[in-house]
Design a protein around this ligand. Structure first.
Ligand code: FAD
Length: 278
């Protein structure tokens, strides 16, 4: 069972509680991005099993009628086993989701260059005329080139600051410089993309910038935030904009919770305060 301190950020261990949470979000005009926790499988069997679990989740989403999509970690479905294993599983998931009219996001993770994921995204988005999206990280030095390359692909791009410590050879190190890059890329996307922009940030400054850019360029966008983070703001923004909440679930919650706390120590305080206030 997930301890109350972590349940601020994780919607239970199985799909039923995650779908319940999604339904509650839908009642407040927020849509759900469901993520089965797990990453870095080094053997084919667990990667295939998690891909299979995603297919069952897609059945559940279709059957429940909730407004939800899924977000998948490439290393969870075989990227560390081999690019061909990842490719097979991601195609299986995206094809299955397309048949059920459910959108699929691909997260971007640490260390490995994102080429295999971006290539898969590009091909699948073109084949399915959308229906799939990918994350790009503002801290990576290559992101400007990736955005130029992906500008005309008919899917969606989620711009985040980047959650992983990466070496200086590939990533900007200073937080203020990452923020500058985020602003620059956001502006590029609103100017050059034909919609399909997801602002994956809790930062009020970046959200305000996106609102201004939307006014200036008229480009459609959505806001994405994590479960348990600035939820009041999510509900408030949902009165005016399309808002999606990233909802992780599953028994591998510990490392996810640890990452949220390491990213921002106040998360521990917020989680404690929420429990004490119950
Ligand atoms: P930060 O720079 O962390 O904070 C800026 C400001 O936001 C703070 O000053 C504060 O005002 C506000 N804020 C931030 N956190 C809190 C909080 N807990 N409580 C209250 N206010 C807060 N990263 C990846 O590398 N790959 C991915 O695939 C990926 N997917 C993501 C999907 C979604 C939907 C989201 C929201 C994030 C994702 N991330 C991903 C994580 C991302 O890279 C950042 O690490 C994370 O979002 C923190 O950066 P930030 O933009 O929210 O703002």
């Amino acid at each position: 069972m997930i301890p109350p301190i972590a349940s601020q950020f994780v919607a239970g261990e199985g799909p039923a509680t995650a779908l319940d949470h999604a339904r509650e979000l839908n009642d407040r005009n927020v849509k759900a991005i469901l993520n089965l926790l797990g990453e870095h499988h080094h053997d084919r069997q667990p990667a295939d099993e998690d891909a299979e679990t995603y297919l069952r989740l897609l059945d559940d989403i279709e059957g429940s009628g909730v407004d939800a999509c899924i977000s998948v970690k490439p290393s969870q479905i075989g990227l560390d086993v081999g690019p061909e294993v990842f490719r097979e599983n991601v195609e299986r998931i995206v094809d299955y989701a397309a048949a059920r009219d459910v959108f699929v996001w691909l997260d971007i993770e640490d260390h490995t260059p994102p080429d295999a994921t971006l290539d898969a995204y590009e091909e699948l988005a073109i084949t399915h005329d959308g229906g799939v999206g990918v994350c790009v990280q503002a801290n990576l030095k290559r992101t400007e080139r990736d955005l130029e390359r992906l500008a005309d692909v008919p899917g969606k791009i989620r711009l985040v600051k980047g959650a992983y410590d990466e070496p200086e050879s590939v990533a900007i190190q200073e937080k203020s410089a990452v923020d500058d890059a985020y602003r620059e890329y956001l502006e590029y996307m609103f100017e050059h993309f034909d919609g399909g922009i997801a602002v994956g940030s809790h930062d009020p400054e970046m959200i305000a910038l996106a609102e201004d850019l939307h006014e200036e360029y008229g480009t459609d966008f959505e806001i994405q935030m994590l479960m348990g983070v600035r939820e009041d703001a999510q509900f408030e923004l949902a009165e005016e904009y399309e808002v999606w909440q990233y909802v992780p679930y599953g028994d591998k919650w510990l490392s996810y919770f640890y990452r949220r706390v390491m990213e921002r120590k106040q998360n521990l305080f917020f989680a404690l305060r929420a429990i004490l206030g119950r």
